[in-house]
Design a protein around this ligand. Sequence first.
Ligand code: SF4
Length: 754
Amino acid sequence: MKVAVRTLCEFAAREGDLDFRYTPAPSAEEGITGHQAIQARRGCGYKREYALSGECQELRLSGRADGYDPHAGLLEEIKTHRGDLSRIRPHLRALHRAQLRAYGALLCRQENRPTLQLSVVYVDIGTHRETPITETASAADLWQELEVLCGRYRLWAEQQAHHREQRDLRLAGLRFPFARFRPRQRQLAETVYKNTVTGGTLLLEAPTGLGKTLGTLFPALMAMPKAGVDLLCYLTCRNTARQLALDAVERLRAAQDAPHIWPLRTLELVSKADACVHPDKACHGDACPLAKGFFDRLPDARAEAAQTGGPLTQAALARIAAGHDICPYFLAQEMARWCDLVVGDVNRMFDQSALLYGLTRQNDWHTAVLVDEAHNLVDRGRGMYSVQLDQQRLLQVRKTAPRALKSPLDRTVRAWQGVIRAHTHAEGAPVLLDTLPVALMGSLQGLVSALTEFLTDHPPELALQELLFEAVAFMKLADTFGDHSLCEFRRPGRGRASLAIQNLLPADFLRERFSAAASVLLFSATLSPGPYFQDLLGLPADTRVRSLPSPFSADQLRVHFTPTISTRQAHREASVAPIAELIARQYRQRPGHYLAFFSSFRYLNAVDNALGELAPDIPRRSQHPGMSSQQRRDFLAGFQDRTGSVAFAVLGGVFSEGIDLPGNQLIGAFVATLGLPPFDAWHEVLRQRLQQRFGAGYDYAYRIPGLQKVAQAAGRVIRTPDDRGVIWLIDDRFLQPPVRARLPDWWFGPEAAH
Ligand code: SF4
């Protein structure tokens, strides 16, 4: 059995508290440069990246020590840091030492040395100053320690290998849980199976009604043994979709022979906010009791989690963690290393500190990725690489800040005033800046250092920590600021200025995430045109694009156009009465439940009122801004009333996608907008940047995102093969060829297909 020394130590040599206090760490490039600088300082005969291997407790170990001086009998491990050395946490120091001693054991055995000098060399990346921590060790002691580590790991590794064997056996013969596939579902399953086995990236437009959750999970799981997949990630954009995936796995399990023996470890990853037991505390042993001694109690909790037969859902992990007095959130992070299927939010693979991406790279895993409702990934990706800095938080903190922080806080406050003075003409309107304000960036850097130093020596204080995290997050994206992003300054009132780095083109960040995966399947009912997603998400050049035919036929749906109504801003007022008349006419012709979508609450209210006056007998209800979850549930419950109704909603809002209203719950939709985003300064910059990069500014910034929303919203009408419904596309522009060409083909039947 092969294992890297680093993996061995991370598994078997960690001990003590969990500690997620911020320590300023060098970037990966700085770390490499630091290593090279130190290695270059050593004399001739010094061996860099010295390869070591050996066998211990039937494990074949390998790795590379940073440097070896054979004449001096000195083995070195170089670790870069920034600032005060005492900030490196004890559990990390212990891990560094354990790793070096493991290399030492291998070296003594390899070169027959009775003793060896060992040195962890800490290098300050700012000054390149070295602080070596040196010891002399005997070969016997080192080997004995290595045997203990290998003994711990071997038991686990054997159990893992057995688990993998059982898992693959079961998955290769996986049985579909229903007697037959839904129409087109087999085609979907075959496509997914093939993509997982052959690898690469596939953009798959798979219409509603195919049973996509099971239709993708079943073949992807089945392909795991053949494709040698270590980890399958099922990623969603909404929490409710996560539950659907977990339900599908449960249905699969229940349909197999001997379902009580189910060798597939499924992990549900939830957000820290959802899993944390002590939200008022910080994640380190001095503040949170569940972080204290975390690594000492982790092995037992991990073993229990691995042995439990059922899925490691949020509830199951909370129960196991509570039994061992450790943090459930970080137990879930640990279990991500040892599970076969992870169900979680898309940010777990794609955001700045994505866990699944990190594990895939670190372990060289063969990871297969499925992304549900992938049309949302453009906007979600933008959000993952955007950040905001608030003046208000800084001013609040300064009021009660300790003396030691006064000067860096004052400097930052003055820098903010400089930014505000430079944009006094803005008067509340957003200002888009080409570059980041230099003086503010400089003072933020100083503030980050001062806050870090202060928090190292003092008890944690939530307000200071939050300010530090906000500043660090901002600086991190500021370092990579480029034409993929813009900087927006706002000042809605005195003391309430904000500066945001807003990502426009997530491709520049997501590209390397996609390249880490062995296979990627992005699927949704609205994923065209393919080049739009390829360009904006940074998908590989050899990405395949496929579109599955809808299981529904055009005779289930009647699509109407309104050549004489325009919803353009200038014609909006005049359009209110004709739209109300049209809705009333349709309702009288076929009473039932309808959804009517508009571009704004104002427009929606105007038509709602007009319909009320024209046809007071037609039941109506409206979405309004900031609805609570109970209000949303009530709104949706209205679709189950026996009498029909017209429900007004805004396009792109919570009721325009992700809701399922089969049968008579919804028999028609009116869409009184092309869904175009506002023609404001922000979207104009977006259009220009996308024009420069891809030559498709208007399409990529306006038309395609707008029509995707239309297709999503209107797609609520037909959810099953028995549904019959009507869609009214209310605007003369829907008849223009470039617009109509972007609407789903099946709406119009084969003779009208474009
Ligand atoms: S329980 Fe909460 S505060 Fe404590 S370690 Fe876990 S996430 Fe951090």
